[in-house]
Design a protein around this ligand. Structure first.
Ligand code: URA
Length: 244
């Protein structure tokens, strides 16, 4: 619990400092959700703006509209497009990548570039169509030059992603790559320590970690582990009676 409180305090301090820079975002209330403090994974914060709009949002469309008004979610690419997510809004499985790239920014959809094509193949290999599941990213906007999302960008985007997860209410979450896994698990460990098992998440979901398709394109040695992970994921999906 002490760890959870520290994370909340850090987030409040950070968001208040940001508020001074970006006047349109004021921190009215911070609350901890789903404190299930084992391994500090489930300490989560949700920031609500002055009108407590985040709290009142009930649908993905409303959330997307709201995100469009939050400049804080943008990177330096001020003209970039919002990439919220795509797929089945009632999915039992959400896949979470890192951030949109150039193609995703142009098309307004996650994972439509080269790594997206590989992701589609991986999903097909375990009998999923993209429409069966929901796909999102930690960041809602493209960072320039495909750089890694910065810690403060991840922190700013997290409440909106958690709200998105909350609305969809899946049973399983698959994090693709280190950035996604480290952000959601609040763990700076290496991939090899985070993959290979299901982590309890937000008190009600099971979260698995595997390699990002872009990493597989660079290093085919990761394919074997990824294949094992996604087979486990499919098995668990069926065991839990999940449906598209
Ligand atoms: N990589 C990601 O992590 N997300 C995308 O949407 C595309 C590439």
């Amino acid at each position: 619990m002490a760890d959870a409180q520290k994370i909340v305090d850090k987030a409040i301090k950070f968001l208040k400092a940001e508020q001074e820079v970006y006047g349109n975002f004021s921190v009215h209330e911070m609350r901890q959700v789903n404190i299930q403090s084992k391994n500090k994974q489930a300490a989560r914060v949700i920031a609500t703006d002055t009108n407590q709009q985040l709290d009142n949002i009930k649908t993905l469309d409303e959330l997307a509209e709201h995100c469009k008004s939050i400049d804080l979610l943008k990177t330096e690419l001020k003209e970039a497009n919002l990439v919220m997510g795509s797929g089945n809004p009632n999915a039992d499985l959400i896949i979470i990548g890192e951030a949109p790239g150039k193609q995703e920014d142009l098309q307004g959809e996650p994972f439509v570039g080269r790594s997206g094509q590989l992701l589609t193949k991986i999903l097909k290999a375990i009998n999923f169509e993209r429409e069966d599941i929901y796909i999102a990213n930690i960041l809602k906007y493209r960072p320039p030059e495909n750089r890694d999302p910065r810690p403060e960008e991840r922190l700013k985007s997290l409440p909106y992603l958690l709200k998105q997860i909350d609305i969809i209410n899946p049973k399983l979450i698959l994090c693709l790559g280190r950035i996604s896994a480290q952000t959601l698990l609040e763990n700076n460990g290496p991939m090899k320590n985070m993959r290979g098992s299901f982590h309890p998440f937000m008190g009600k979901y099971e979260l698995m970690v595997t390699y990002h398709p872009a990493a597989l394109l660079r290093n085919p040695n990761f394919k074997k582990d990824t294949w094992e992970d996604v087979q486990e994921l499919r098995k668990r999906y069926d065991e839990l009676g999940c449906k598209p």
